[in-house]
Design a protein around this ligand. Structure first.
Ligand code: 5GP
Ligand code: ZN
Length: 114
């Protein structure tokens, strides 16, 4: 946890462009955006991967998705469409081991993903 980049963003040790914050969640602009809109949405609780989710985390996971929806509306990408990505473990490209959703929008996304 001490070496976790996202925990450092939560406690202000690393600056970020915050999009939303409450008691349980934080959303901020990705430092290396891969789309015109690229927001990272995280729980304040340090959970490393989706593999580590417990039953007690169901509420916060639902809050993350609801927040993604409202940020998509605020960013005016809800009508055209957006993509939510959660990379779990190295095979999926996870690089920061503090669970997070990527909210991506503002361009066309292809399927299957790369
Ligand atoms: P992952 O690859 O784990 O799914 O996503 C991690 C994301 O965090 C990447 O898109 C990366 O650009 C972003 N990121 C890594 N370090 C920082 C940082 O210090 N500040 C911000 N705003 N984003 C970061
Ligand atoms: Zn963390």
């Amino acid at each position: 946890m001490e070496d976790c980049i996202f925990c450092k963003i939560i406690n202000g040790q690393i600056p970020s462009n915050k999009v939303y914050e409450d008691e349980d969640l934080l959303a901020f602009e990705d430092v290396n955006p891969v789309a015109p809109t690229h927001v990272v949405i995280i729980p304040k609780k340090h959970i490393e991967t989706l593999n580590d989710i417990q039953e007690e985390d169901a509420g916060v996971l639902a809050s993350l998705l609801l927040r993604a929806q409202s940020i998509a509306t605020e960013k005016e990408i809800a009508e055209d469409g957006y993509r939510i990505v959660l990379n779990c473990m190295p095979g999926a490209g996870q690089s920061v081991y503090h669970i997070h959703f990527h909210l991506l929008g503002g361009r066309i996304f292809h399927w299957p993903p790369g």
